[in-house]
Design a protein around this ligand. Structure first.
Ligand code: HC3
Length: 414
């Protein structure tokens, strides 16, 4: 059995943390985690996990057959799970508490590789409740993912997290008149290993991908049980929407290791129906390029949190508190000022859809039990990428010198 960190560190902080979790009110940002469990990475960065294999992300655009395109989308989704839920904790057992983003926080980057340029825009679009929105576009193919997410946590034996929000993948294809739309729901998760001071994520329940081309994938997650089962297990089936029994492809394996795709409803013993084996060890991830800190917009995550990150790296908890409070207080003052002036914070890249029904949700939402309003009450809005705003943001010069200093003072108290 592993040694709980309070013994390893000579402090009682992990036990205190466990006690605080037991009286947890569901607000993840309110968890007072001990210093060794604090991460200097903000949740706005997590949006990049959707595309660490840009070629896999863009692949559906080149597939003529609609069912195979849906399979490629399912495959891409499954390949992202390892990045999303295990990459911070490769050895398992050191999942940390990410920084809680402030409203307007940005994380911008680009992947440049064999798939061409793929752009990432991630923005904290709501603070109460916390919600992050993202848009990822592979420029050569136009494959584009947009989405937003928030978390609802509860405590029962451990921390259980329900993800609120969804993603929409658009795949332009030379083989069909209009682009395919895929509506993607997000899995639930819980934290394992808490009692041993070695937290890691296990996924549970089911999630779905349903497409405008008439295919649906159901993905089931499970972990290691008392008597059987393997950690991070996943199975999935792809079928024509509404015909769950007519399985076209099935997938089984572990989302952290390998998974196999077979035709039909089950894997044949002879593997004669094997389509593909995905092994993450064989396919290196592509590195996201992020501008050097001094060239970033003052609201870009790594620049805005740099002093907090330095304090975490030094293990100076008092300084972490001081630097975090500067940002929190400046943000509070900004919200008060906005209230007094009768305005709200203008999101830089996203707009909450309020005018008319969202086409993807209206068309595909009922298949996967997603409401037409997209749980907007729990995410501060139904957030969609705003290409007009994005164009404007791209045309503006990144604030530097005195302008940047004033912005940092006003918005981040730095
Ligand atoms: C629950 C979580 C914050 C949310 C993270 C999300 C759901 C964010 C969206 C990404 O696309 C996927 C994702 C991956 C990991 C999720 C985090 C894991 C742990 C963190 C909690 C706030 C921290 C709990 C504290 C501790 C010490 C137990 O790890």
């Amino acid at each position: 059995m592993e040694t709980p960190p309070q013994q390893a560190n000579g402090g009682g902080s992990w036990t205190a943390f466990l006690k605080s979790i037991a009286s947890f009110n569901g607000d993840l940002s309110s968890l007072t985690a001990p210093p060794f469990i604090l991460s200097s990475t903000s949740l706005t960065e997590f949006s990049s996990y959707w595309c660490e294999h840009p070629a896999v992300f863009a692949a559906p655009a080149k597939e003529p057959d609609a069912a195979k395109r849906a399979l490629l989308v399912l495959k891409w989704f499954l390949t992202t799970l390892k990045q999303q839920y295990a990459s911070r904790s490769e050895q398992y057992g050191n999942e940390k508490k990410p920084l809680n983003p402030f409203l307007g926080e940005l994380f911008l980057g680009k992947w440049e590789d064999s798939a061409g340029t793929t752009e990432l825009i991630s923005e904290q679009v709501s603070h109460h409740p916390p919600a992050t929105a993202y848009n990822i576009t592979n420029i050569p193919t136009g494959v584009r993912l947009e989405g937003y997410n928030a978390q609802k946590a509860s405590f029962s034996k451990t921390i259980n997290i329900k993800q609120i929000g969804h993603a929409v993948l658009t795949v332009p294809s030379t083989y069909s008149a209009e682009p395919d739309t895929y509506l993607i729901t997000l899995p639930s998760l819980h934290i394992e290993g808490l009692i041993f001071g070695a937290p890691f994520i296990e996924l549970d329940g089911s999630s779905y991908i349903t497409s405008s081309t008439g295919f649906t994938a159901k993905i089931d997650y499970s972990g290691k049980g008392w008597l059987s089962g393997k950690k991070n297990s996943v199975t999935a089936v792809l079928y024509p929407t509404g015909k769950e029994k007519d399985v076209l492809y099935n997938v089984s394996g572990q989302w952290t290791k390998t998974f196999e795709i077979h035709t039909g409803a089950a894997k044949h013993n002879s593997s004669s129906n094997l389509v593909e084996v995905w092994d993450p060890e064989q396919v290196p991830t592509s590195k996201l390029n992020v501008a050097p800190i001094e060239k970033q917009h003052p609201l870009e995550s790594r620049r805005a949190w740099s002093k907090v990150a330095a304090a975490i790296a030094k293990g100076d908890l008092d300084l972490v508190g001081v630097e975090k409070s500067k940002i929190e207080n400046a943000q509070r003052e900004m919200r008060t000022k906005e209230r007094v002036e009768g305005r709200t914070w203008e999101r830089r890249y996203f707009t909450a859809r309020t005018d008319s029904a969202d086409p993807a949700l209206a068309r595909l939402g009922p298949v996967v039990s997603l409401a037409e309003h997209g749980d907007a009450d729990k995410t501060g809005g139904l957030w969609r990428f705003d290409s007009e705003k994005s164009k404007k943001a791209h045309e503006e010069p990144v604030p530097s010198g005195e302008v940047a200093a004033n912005l940092a003072k006003e918005l981040l108290g730095q």
